[in-house]
Ligand binder design. Structure first.
Ligand code: GLN
Length: 382
């Protein structure tokens, strides 16, 4: 037998999302842990994929993606953020947001480079930075408001800072960046060569009439930013694993050098179908109100329970504290909730390197009304 003498990620196990989904399955619990819809995507989109398969679109796509889809993406970005990207040179279709993030880090991070992240942080940032020898510097946003103290962030910057990773709207806190946040970020990076990775996969899921501020709207940021987005979130197709990224052409050219050896290109018939489907912006313009209804349904249902709701400005996720219910740490509480009360969630400590426990869990409301109803019923018993 071969003896593996080292691991590149010695402390990493299975992601919290897979762990909690597995636990939910094992205990037959309602799965509000991993973020994915439990309802069908639009039949028109499903039929269109079938159509393109039958028509023979079954071989490799161009490595950057199918031009008609990149053109639709460029139009969407221009309409929503008034930012111009050249469809062919500045947009790449990826195998989901996570691959776009991984490839960006593989492209730009070398040994000793420092990368600033904001916790609670999506789980793939840190290990992906470390795989390429990067060093992670973190700013902790804390419950209940998850605000950013930019003077502290500034203190994290050194001459080794290569990149800042932002996730807006933030998974798991549901917090969005304000104009003040963005202006503070501009102050920090201007006159530097710091790159930005802006994970905006929930950009179309922002509530209460608030506006998503994409970093591509700011010229001082656009020139240094890789924007990452997800068709999975846009069209309820997380399992198709298709996303895209947008960046200035010099950055994108470097990205593609790595992308071609990483995935080469992405699923052809799905790209063809998405290009058709995106022509009608009605297919995504109402996502905010669609998910706001779900958020409000869950919030109303939980209002009379012992859980306390934190604010939720965007994403699929409602954060709640359970301090009136249990003194357990959030991981133990989430396990207990899954096994004994049949509702799976994600503990916030999983999003902090030091496992900061503030008795907060994340509930995914991208679910059918009946799923949310059953979950509320169970949660109300606590
Ligand atoms: N983005 C999803 C979440 O936050 C999970 C995706 C995954 O499991 N990698 O739940």
């Amino acid at each position: 037998m071969i003896l593996l003498t080292s691991s590149k990620l010695p402390t990493v196990g299975m992601t919290i999302f897979s762990q909690m989904s597995q636990l939910a399955m094992q205990h037959n619990a309602i799965n509000l842990s991993q973020g994915f819809p439990d309802f069908m995507p639009d039949a028109q989109l499903l039929n269109s994929v079938d159509h393109f398969i039958q028509k023979g679109f079954n071989q490799y796509a161009p490595l950057g993606g199918i031009l008609s889809l990149k053109e639709e993406v460029a139009i969407k970005i221009e309409n929503s953020h008034q930012a111009i990207y050249h469809p062919d040179a500045e947009i790449t279709i990826t195998a989901g947001g996570t691959q776009a993030i991984f490839t960006t880090l593989a492209t730009f991070i070398s040994k000793g480079d420092e990368v600033i992240i904001f916790e609670p942080a999506y789980d793939c940032y840190e290990p992906s930075v470390e795989l390429f020898g990067g060093i992670v510097k973190r700013f902790q946003m804390k419950a209940p408001n998850y605000e950013i103290d930019w003077s502290e962030v500034k203190n994290l910057v050194s001459e080794k800072t290569k990149m800042i990773i932002l996730n807006n709207p933030n998974n798991p806190s549901g917090k969005i960046l304000t104009e003040n946040d963005v202006q503070s970020l501009i102050q920090i990076v201007k006159d530097s060569n710091i790159l930005i990775l802006s994970d905006e996969v929930y950009e179309n899921i922002v509530f209460d009439g608030k506006k998503h501020l994409s970093l591509c709207q700011y010229l001082e940021l656009k020139e240094r930013t890789m924007i990452v987005a997800s068709f999975g979130k846009l069209f309820h197709i997380t399992g198709w694993k298709v996303g895209y990224c947008a960046a200035p052409k010099e950055m994108m050219a470097e990205f593609r050098k790595v992308h071609q050896f990483n995935v080469f290109c992405v699923n052809t018939p799905i790209q063809m179908a998405l290009a058709e489907y995106m022509k009608d912006e009605e297919h995504y313009l109402h996502l905010n109100s669609f998910f706001q209804e779900k958020r409000d349904f869950l919030r109303q249902g939980l209002a009379s329970t012992s859980f306390e709701l934190l604010s939720c400005e965007g994403t699929y996720f409602q954060a709640v504290t359970y301090q009136n219910i249990s003194g357990k740490d959030d991981f133990e509480f989430a396990k207990d909730l899954t096994i004994n009360h049949k509702v799976a969630s994600v503990p916030f400590s999983a999003f902090y390197k030091d496992h900061l426990n503030e008795n907060v869990i994340r509930l995914c409301f991208a679910k059918k009304q009946e799923t949310l109803e059953r979950a509320i019923e169970n949660l109300a018993k606590l």
